[in-house]
Every structure is written in C-alpha cells, then in structure tokens.
Design a protein around this ligand. Structure first.
Ligand code: FDA
Length: 299
C-alpha cells in the first residue's frame, strides 16, 4: 500500500462528510432509489446490465431487518416500473441472519418470491467468514423453492473449492470474487498469487460444469485468464458475465464491453453511503488515493 493512501485512509474518518462525499460520488449512485434508477438507465444505455444494492450496515433488531426487506421489495418494483436491465443484490445480515436463521430465511423468501413474480433475480452477497456456513445454508434452503437466486464465493477462502464443487452439483448461479474481508491465514490465502490462481481454478470448475459464472474482478490477470478459459471451452455470451463495481476501472470495463462480453455493474445507493464509504476505505486503503485525486482535480 502506498504511504499517501495509508495516511489518507487513517484520517478519512475525521474528514467532514462533505469531503468524503467527493470520493463517494464516483462509487455510489446517490442517496435515493431514484439516483440508483438513473445510474442503471445510464449503464443500460451503454450496453451494460446492473445489480442494485441498498447500502446498509449490520442491523440490531428484527424491525430493522423488516425495513431492509421492504427496501429490497421497493427496488424490485422500481426495476420493473422503469424496465431496467438490473437484478438485486442483498446482504443476509441486513435481513437478520445473525439474529434468527428462520426469520432471515422467511424475509429472504419473500424477496425471492417477489423477484420471481417480476421475472427478476436476486444474488446473495457473501460477507465475512463468521456467516459463510449460514449464508450457504440459506442458499441451499431457498433453492428448494426458487431458481432465481445466486450465490457469491470468495477465492481467498481455502474452503471455496469444496463449496464450489458441491454447489455446481445443484447448478448454482455463481458470482466469484476475491473476497473483501480481512480473514485469518488459517482459513484464507493471503498471497496475491495464491488468490489469483485459486480464483482462476474456481472459474474453470464452474465453467467446465456448465454453471453460470459471474466473474467479479478488476484484476487484469484474472480477466485475461478467464478470457482464455472462455475461449478454450468455446463458451457463448450467455454462459458467463464479467462484473465490476460502479466507478472502478471504467476504461477496462468499456474495453471488455466493446469486445462483446456481458458486463454487470454493481450499483450501490442509499442514505447510509457514508458508513459504506468509510468501511470501504478501511478494507482497501488504496482507494484513499482516489480522494486525493478528487480533491486535487476538482474545480
Ligand atoms: P484487486 O483488488 O487486485 O484490484 C485490481 C485493481 O482494480 C486494483 O489495482 C485497483 O486499481 C482496482 N480496484 C479494485 N477495487 C477497487 C475499488 N473498490 N476502488 C478503486 N479501485 C479498485 N467481496 C465479497 O467479499 N463479497 C461479495 O459479495 C462481493 N461482491 C462483489 C461484487 C462485485 C460486482 C465486485 C466487482 C466485487 C465484489 N466483492 C465482493 C469485492 C471483491 O471481493 C474484491 O474485494 C474487489 O473486487 C477487489 O478485488 P479485484 O479482484 O478487483 O482485485
């Protein structure tokens, strides 16, 4: 990590919200659902699809979980109303996963059911390793009823190869990513090379088993390796997609789109953008360099 980014990351939490917002604008569609809708419309016009995410931090009670479920339902309504090419991503801890498993499953079932009625799709984001097992269990339980749901697997976890093999047996719909949380070495690969190699290994397993694969990365090495696997296996556009976060490596993103690959953009929005931004800074302090750039280049 470069020293400037590290210093900025440490002081960001004491910056006035206004400054953090300068950075956040690039990575977050806005405070409101209508901001998310406008951003997705723009992406759709530029030949990209999207997945919308209502920003939020962990919740404390069931009332907040229900509110979070209602927000997801509103997003699904907005997608249908505006005829957006977008799915929905959700975090199960926001639906009470750490409070009560059955309660969380019932809220998520409502979302999956509603999405099904609207012919849409919901992906369960993967959070830190304290909830990997319960998140996978919810996925297995929901798949008994619905097929319009997908899961995320993190390439940095040593267990992921086994998880992927089991999940391909049920023809799961995957998003594969490196993983963003800080995990102990006992359960997670730490070296960049190991994570990249495991990522490509998982992509190969998923694609060879003909499960749908969302390849979520901004890393040239993984993107180039994936393209080689796609060519080698003779896959069609419908078999996989690349995925990126809003505002990250847009030139690379546009190049991948121009080459004819499907590209899905993760579009976060919501009033809790500040907490989300601070969390992202702490998880990936290199992003902090972007703030400096934004401050310097702004009129
Ligand atoms: P890497 O971190 O090496 O990034 C490659 C390059 O991309 C960097 O050098 C930098 O230039 C740029 N870059 C990457 N991330 C950036 C950022 N945030 N801001 C600015 N520049 C950035 N994780 C998880 O644990 N659970 C999940 O459910 C998801 N979901 C998810 C969805 C989508 C669509 C994406 C793209 C990513 C996730 N992630 C995630 C996050 C993922 O695990 C990972 O932390 C990031 O994608 C960064 O890893 P890369 O593979 O991009 O490589």
């Amino acid at each position: 990590m470069n020293p400037i980014s590290k210093t900025i990351a440490n002081v960001i939490p004491i910056f006035p919200k206004k400054f953090v917002r300068i950075f956040a604008n690039k990575y977050i569609a806005g405070d409101k659902l209508s901001d998310g809708v406008s951003k997705v419309q723009e992406l759709n016009r530029n030949k990209m699809i999207a997945t919308m995410d209502v920003l939020g931090e962990s919740i404390n009670d069931k009332k907040e979980a229900i509110q979070s479920k209602d927000e997801s339902i509103e997003v699904l309504d907005a997608i249908a109303k505006h005829k957006l090419n977008s799915s929905l991503s959700v975090k199960l801890t926001m639906l009470g996963l750490q409070l009560d498993y059955d309660f969380c499953l019932s809220l998520f079932t409502e979302i999956a059911q509603y999405a099904k009625e609207l012919n849409n799709f919901v992906r369960i984001d993967m959070e830190d390793s304290s909830v990997t097992d319960s998140t996978l269990q919810i996925y297995r339980d929901i798949r008994k009823q619905f097929d319009n749901v997908g899961i995320v697997i993190q390439a940095y976890l040593r267990r992921s190869e086994k998880d992927v093999i089991k999940l391909t047996d049920m023809n799961a719909d995957f998003r594969l990513c490196k993983g963003i949380y800080i995990e102990p070495e006992a359960i997670a690969f730490k070296k960049r090379k190991e994570i990249r190699e495991n990522f490509l290994k998982l992509i190969r397993i998923v694609l060879e088993k003909k499960s749908y694969c969302g390849i979520a990365t901004h890393d040239d090495y993984v993107i180039d390796g994936s393209k080689n696997i796609i060519t080698e296996l003779g896959l069609k556009r419908k078999d996989y997609e690349f995925q990126m976060l809003l505002g990250v490596r847009e030139n690379l993103r546009d190049k991948i789109v121009a080459e004819g690959h499907k590209m899905k953009i993760y579009v976060p929005f919501g009033e809790r953008w500040y907490e989300y931004s601070i969390r992202r800074f702490k998880e990936n302090p290199n992003i902090a360099g972007q703030v400096l750039k934004a401050l310097v280049t702004r009129n």
